[in-house]
Design a protein around this ligand. Sequence first.
Ligand SMILES: [Zn+2]
Length: 266
Amino acid sequence: MRDWDWLRPHTLNLYEYVGNDPVNMWDPTGYMINGKRLTEEQRQSVLQEFSTITGYNTGFQTDEEGNTQATGLYFDDDGYLQIAEGAVANSDGSTVAQDSLSAFIQDDLDVSLITADPRAPVQGEYFALATAIPDHLSPSPDPSRPMNATFIDFLDFSDKTNFVSKGVPEKAYGMGITLFHEFHHNFTGEGDPKNWQRVRDMGTVTGPAVDFANTIRGQLNLPLRAVYLPINHAGGWNEIFFKSPTTGQKVGSVLLNGRKMKPKPK
Ligand SMILES: [Zn+2]
């Protein structure tokens, strides 16, 4: 089933990604992050977020013959995220993010980006604002690696009444860095810590995905997420703390709307 409601970008050559030879080559480099289930507007917002973190642009250039070619990050005609050949990232970007995104794109696993918006009835079903999940909406291309979708609640990242920062720049906790966190789960198969009580007791424990995203935050000189678990507050708010990459001191925290973080009762 390929009847997703997504808008086809009209400026790119359909077969550019197989070197204009679609019969003899089929996706030789992978391109395995798909945004088919996102609206064009959401895909643009994903591109902007990744651009900020990697330093790749999201632009296009037109040659003498009027052919339009991407110069950085883009979604191709089949809805797959790509980095244009020869793309050069600016020096503000994280090299770990650049290398990782490239590796994820070349991975065989097909990871779908899914937003809550088209599935309003299940909004709030998941434990977090974004999460790596088994793909509920289509058969998994590889059942042995089930984390083939990342669910993003776009609503929360744009609605400041649900997502309130206290002294931490949005880049440190926003959708882009969160996607890198989830992609770490998707592509490595590494989960979050299982012993939550121990994490709670130790107070400073992060996990592989938090550590990975922190490496990128560090390269971008952003505050690092200090612990894995949010602290629960009265009124349903959860607080995630951040610390300075240089001093290790707490520099602020982010409040998450707890109603969005509770699994739906079965
Ligand atoms: Zn995680």
